[in-house]
Write a protein that binds this ligand. Structure first.
Ligand code: ADP
Length: 161
């Protein structure tokens, strides 16, 4: 049974991430969503909050999706979790340079784990967590960019600050 791992910050999850997850589920039996415990970036949502939001969004798929967090090397974590494939999404040419380098580095570090890319969907190519947060912080409408629960969580965060 092929298991894949989808790593990211998911700060917070957007409809772009959800599209990639659904497409990955079309190719793999099981998917681990691995939340990166950012050491350098300071996330808006804590790891616990990001995991809880993912669990809520994917509660209907909980049989096939596991939500974990990690902080060390991704390839070590993937091997530990018996995932032989890393899933990533590509939005634009600007993603390519970074993702290409990351995939090559991971391959260099561990040949047992490979990376597969899904191209962004036509409805979601302009979505990034960073932009969604910026729009939300300025009071813009993010209804079609994230699930309802995430829009509410963002609203709450920005009303506190
Ligand atoms: P990171 O902090 O590692 O970039 P993200 O949470 O931003 O993590 O994204 C995780 C992965 O999902 C990355 O491969 C990113 O390119 C992809 N991704 C994010 N948004 C989209 C989108 N709108 N369409 C396709 N892929 C996306």
């Amino acid at each position: 049974m092929k298991k894949a791992i989808y790593p990211g910050s998911f700060d917070p999850i957007t409809n772009g991430h959800i599209d990639i997850v659904h497409r990955a589920l079309g190719a793999f039996n099981k998917l681990t969503i691995a939340v990166l415990e950012n050491r350098n970036k300071s996330p808006l949502f804590t790891t616990k909050e990001r995991k809880a939001m993912l669990a809520e969004v994917f509660k209907a798929e909980q049989e096939r999706i596991e939500i974990l967090s990690f902080s060390g090397l991704l390839v070590d974590f993937a091997e530990q979790e018996n995932a032989s494939v890393i899933v990533r999404g590509l939005r634009a040419a600007s993603d390519f340079e970074y993702e290409f380098q990351l995939a090559a580095m991971n391959r260099h570090l561990n040949k047992k784990v490979d990376t597969i890319f899904f191209m962004t969907g036509s409805e979601t190519y302009f979505l990034s967590s960073a932009l969604v947060k910026e729009v939300a912080s300025l009071g813009g409408n993010i209804e079609k960019m994230v699930p309802k629960t995430i829009a509410l969580a963002l609203k709450e965060k920005f009303s506190q600050s």
